[in-house]
Write a protein that binds this ligand. Sequence first.
Ligand code: NAP
Length: 246
Amino acid sequence: MYDFTGQKVVITGASRGIGKEITLAFLECGATVFGIYGGNTNAAETFQAECLHFSGKLQLYQCDVSDENQVTNFYKKLENQFDTIDILVNNAGIRQDKLLVLMDQESWQKVIDINLTGTFNMCRHAVLLMLKQKYGRIINITSPVATLGFAGQTNYGASKAGQIGLTRSLCKEVARKKITVNCVSPGFIETELIEDLDPELLKQYKKNVPMRRFGTVTEVANAVLFLASKNAAYISGTVLDVNGGL
Ligand code: NAP
């Protein structure tokens, strides 16, 4: 559907779940992808092996997006090969659910650091590169929890709401340079992120989705590719919901 031939894409959380599907979708459309993963080297190596037929167009790097030094080193490696990037997808994210009164400072901070500060760290370098070529697309993966709320997810909800605030302000800073900044907000998507939830609870959640089903990673990737495409040139600062009508 889209042609991203010649475009350089950075995707965080690229080795599993939604990020893996987004990575595959860009590769299939001709892009070169620099993917980031956190600590699961097995998953990353398996995925890299699955992508051999893309002739070196996927490079996966271990990098903790919450660590500014690691992010700087990642971009240094990228800049050894390319002057700039065209697209950044901030997809890496974690949950550590607990009711607020039981949540320790560490769980609060870790989720904010990875989900929100990670987005900031990745954007800062990407924007500097995109400004050089006066073109870019940034897509941040947020969540309906940002606006609807969910008991047990004050840290996650705050991090995801923060991403929306970051998106809306950053889009105004870079709009004149033809850089767009948007969010995609997936509803329940069947990935390892929600695997630990009680199956009975998941049944309940499904009943609350107007379409009575969870979404697929492909449905999220489709939304990301649209926002990353030239067709979406006049869309910036928005949140595209992919949630079955929640
Ligand atoms: P997932 O299957 O758990 O995958 C998470 C990815 O993020 C993995 O590649 C992981 O790398 C990476 N990651 C975690 N911590 C990292 C760090 N510190 N630095 C770099 N990478 C890190 O999650 P998912 O379901 O695909 O979710 C992807 C995004 O969608 C998240 O932002 C999530 O909040 C959002 N989302 C998901 C749903 C859903 O229902 N699944 C709904 C709404 C929003 P490793 O493999 O190395 O750990």
